[in-house]
Design a protein around this ligand. Structure first.
Ligand code: 4YB
Length: 493
């Protein structure tokens, strides 16, 4: 299939495979015909509440069925639904509401109380009077939405996603449908996902990694499974596909180790990304028969830019179709058909690129042969991209460059360490020396760690000390927030 849909993707699939299961949520299943039905019904409700073409709707919500309908129904109306993390602080949320200046806001039932008295600049609050259960029993007729729908246009605004950004205010990245479809097309050229497969919505819709799952589903006409409980890990065995950050995979493998019920496991292919991916982790997943892929991407590019089936090299593979990548010094620059429309600010778009159309990612990397790095059991004679780390995380110790991510990768390969962040500490002799903040399953002494690092890391990179990550640290988003942990750490001394 190609990216040139002539109609709404869900209508496209309704025409071709109306009775195929498209969506599953707990016991509920929806065919493409029923998906189309729901989208139209929700669009009608939005219209009744005043939503029009080009309007912006904010939904403060974790993943659930209603927010998915709301997202699709907004598209159907030529409006755009922006999903925001309900776990962020009121201050962070206010910043985002200010950037968006949305006309409508929707709060999921579970989050209503928390944000009931948030100032949202007079945005009108949306409600749904509708009961999913009663709809199930209805005869499935396709409501042709003549008055309230707009025509499918691939270049119309289709999403706004905030990037966490290591410093400063979060930026709102705008994409159109075509950007998302090209992103999906490029990945799915090699990462197989068919109509029989179901992809778990294992990451939040307010992050590009979750949104990308929805667009791959729409692109491929596959099946999407919405987690029915908040325990995503529990449901991984029930689907064929998932996108995971490395810590999720680590938890899943741990739980699968101790689980007695290994029979009905369907999970066959996973896409990893978002942060440093330890090779020991992918090795273990592969040994269980999971086709494990390592990817590298970012919000601006609508997710994955490079990917490969995980192997014994720590690289992130090769460029996917419809993207371009250049390394300038060590600075990684990207562009292509999945690059977003711009940074959104109250109705206007600001360019994300330099004068030549490149997005400067802030990541440092190299393209090199993996051979020299690892054992020779796998013949790897091709070159691939290696991420060294973010340029703004790098520091200098005794004249040597230290990429915290490099140390973190080694720390994460330790069986007892779940999370690790490395920071510079001022040092009279060296300028700076590394310390680590970790989440470990049990206490590990500096001495034990030094033993572990002996043949893995040059001595100047050994952390001087290990601090326990507090569990009340900012948990919003899909990864540990480096800035929040650094602020917490600075407050200690
Ligand atoms: C990395 C990195 C890597 C990103 N090594 N640093 O669909 C997917 O591609 C997907 C699947 C599973 C999990 C996540 C994803 C993503 O989309 C991740 C996209 C993302 O993290 N976007 S972001 O804007 O929040 O952060 C981008 C930054 O994350 C990059 O600029 C890198 O610094 C870092 N990163 N993949 C090391 N494999």
């Amino acid at each position: 299939h190609n990216v040139n849909f002539s109609d709404w993707p869900w209508l496209h699939w309704t025409d071709r495979r109306p009775e195929h299961i498209a969506l599953a949520y707990g016991e509920q299943q929806f065919t493409w015909l029923q998906v189309n039905d729901r989208v139209n019904a929700y669009a009608k409700q939005l219209t009744e509440q005043g939503v029009r073409e080009s309007d912006l709707i904010v939904a403060v919500s974790a993943n659930n069925l209603t927010v998915l309908w709301l997202y699709l129904a907004s598209l159907r109306l030529g409006a755009c639904c922006v999903i925001l993390d309900p776990k962020q602080s009121g201050e962070q949320l206010n910043d985002k509401l200010e950037t968006l200046a949305a006309k409508f806001i929707w709060l999921s039932e579970a989050d209503l109380n928390i944000f009931a008295d948030l100032p949202h600049e007079g945005a009108q609050q949306l409600v749904f009077t509708y009961n999913e259960k009663s709809l199930i029993a209805e005869p499935f007729t396709v409501i042709v939405c003549t008055q309230s729908g707009v025509e499918w246009q691939a270049k119309r605004l289709a999403s706004i996603v905030f990037t966490s950004g290591s410093s400063g205010k979060a930026k709102a990245v705008a994409h159109n449908a075509e950007n998302h479809l090209y992103s999906a097309a490029g990945l799915l050229q090699s990462f197989a996902y068919t109509a029989q497969d179901n992809w778990l919505l294992s990451l939040p819709l307010f992050h590009v990694s979750g949104l990308a799952i929805v667009w791959r589903w729409l692109f491929a006409g596959g099946q999407l499974t919405l987690p029915a409980t908040s325990n995503v890990i529990e449901q991984l065995s029930t689907v064929t596909h998932a996108s995971l950050v490395p810590t999720q995979l680590k938890r899943y493998l741990h739980e699968r180790d101790i689980s007695t019920d290994q029979h009905a496991i369907r999970l066959k292919r996973i896409l990893l990304g978002g942060a440093v991916i330890p090779v020991v982790l992918t090795d273990k997943a592969k040994s269980l028969g999971i086709d494990c892929w390592s990817g590298y991407g970012m919000t601006e590019m609508a997710s994955t830019v490079t990917a490969k089936p995980a192997d014994n090299s720590a690289g992130v593979g090769l460029l996917l179709a419809h993207r371009a990548l250049e390394i300038d010094g060590q600075s990684i620059k990207v562009r292509g058909a999945s690059l977003g429309m711009g940074y959104y600010y109250r109705g206007t778009l600001r360019s994300m690129t330099d004068d030549n159309g490149w997005l400067v990612t802030g990541d440092l990397g190299e393209i090199k042969c993996a051979e020299a790095l690892v054992d020779t059991s796998v013949d790897k004679s091709w070159s691939e991209l290696f991420i060294l780390g973010r340029s703004d995380n790098m520091f200098i110790s005794g004249g040597e460059n230290i990429h915290p991510e490099h140390i973190e990768r080694i720390l994460l390969s330790h069986p007892l360490i779940n999370q690790a962040l490395v920071f510079p500490r001022e040092d009279a002799e060296f300028g700076h020396r590394p310390i680590a903040v970790i989440d470990a399953m049990s206490h590990i002494s500096v001495c034990e760690m030094n033993n572990y690092l002996q043949y893995k890391l040059a001595k100047f990179m050994w952390p001087l000390n290990y601090y326990t990550l507090p569990n009340n640290i900012n948990v919003s988003g899909i990864k540990l927030n480096r800035a929040s942990v650094q602020i917490w750490f600075a407050s200690l001394s």
